[in-house]
Write a protein that binds this ligand. Structure first.
Ligand SMILES: Nc1nc2c(ncn2[C@@H]2O[C@H](COP(=O)(O)OP(=O)(O)O)[C@@H](O)[C@H]2O)c(=O)[nH]1
Ligand SMILES: [Mg+2]
Length: 254
């Protein structure tokens, strides 16, 4: 059995008020942290650079802003280069439940071949438009996987088996990446372990910032679903759709 070596990959773009605290709390659970700075501006850029100087994270700095997906792909490549077998992806804005990290890591360790995928449990802080957008994504992901395989494919709190995640070759570079790679991993026959987890939208005064661009990112997500539906039909037609992976739902958010 190959060893289980997990790390954390945090894509970040201008989260000056939350990045240091997120890294610090993450490190109480997992000490190997890769922060991908996607050409953040000041003061975020200096705060991220300080994490490297202080030995708190390996920082990958991208020269130009490429998007969340591009950043996660850079982080996965770095994780692979450093010999990590699993990468826990989490937002830099503090909206994910950091106390759930041990549950995610334990699930990955228990089923190392699996994608451990957060299933968001929102409170009232979620903007209505985001909630409706997600329902549409959930619907299309069911179509693309011919069943209820990935559930909500948008949650950015998840654990990838690194080699499979790279093999999935997701093309999306922005917010279209999260749903695309979840569906592509299912197509590779990767089992999915779904974990309920609380997600909140922090108010701006607590550093809550979303770079989700309402119209543009929803269009990107719609476009990727269009391509994935076409590819799913073609795969089915030409016998290139593997048996659907086993899904395990590991209970409600604590
Ligand atoms: N690297 C990179 N990260 C981004 C970009 N846009 C957003 N992110 C990060 O991706 C994560 C999710 O983005 P966020 O703006 O919180 O989107 P939301 O959670 O869907 O509202 C956060 O850690 C962001 O800092 C980007 O252009 N590049
Ligand atoms: Mg976020």
């Amino acid at each position: 059995m190959s060893p289980f070596r997990p790390c954390v990959v945090i894509p970040t773009y201008d989260n000056p008020d939350t990045i240091a605290a997120v890294v610090s709390i993450v490190r109480t659970h997992l000490t190997d942290v890769i922060v991908v700075d996607d050409a953040s501006h000041e003061p975020a850029a200096s705060r991220i650079a300080a994490l490297q100087v202080d030995g708190l994270a390996q920082v990958v700095r991208r020269a130009h802003n490429g998007g969340k997906g591009a950043a996660v792909k850079s982080g996965l490549a770095k994780a692979h280069e450093l010999g990590f077998t699993h990468a826990l992806q989490i937002d830099a804005d503090g909206q994910h439940e950091l106390a759930d990290i041990p549950r995610f890591v334990a699930a990955a360790q228990q089923t190392p071949a699996a994608l451990v995928l957060g299933q968001p449990v929102f409170d009232a802080s979620i903007p209505k438009a985001r909630l409706y957008g997600r329902r549409i994504s959930v619907f299309w992901a069911r179509v693309e996987t011919f069943g209820d395989v990935v559930g909500d494919p948008l949650c950015g709190f998840r654990v990838y088996p690194v080699a499979s995640a790279l093999a999935a070759r997701a093309r999306g570079d922005r917010m279209d990446f999260d749903p695309e790679i979840a569906v592509r991993l299912a197509w590779l026959g990767v089992p999915v372990v779904r974990l309920a987890t609380r997600v909140r939208y922090l108010p701006a005064e607590q550093g809550g910032v979303s770079h989700f661009q309402g119209v543009r990112d929803n269009l990107r997500i719609s476009w990727i679903h269009t391509l994935l539906v076409i590819e799913a039909c073609a795969r089915k037609l030409f016998g290139r759709m593997p048996a659907l992976p086993k899904v395990r739902d590991d209970g409600a958010a604590p």
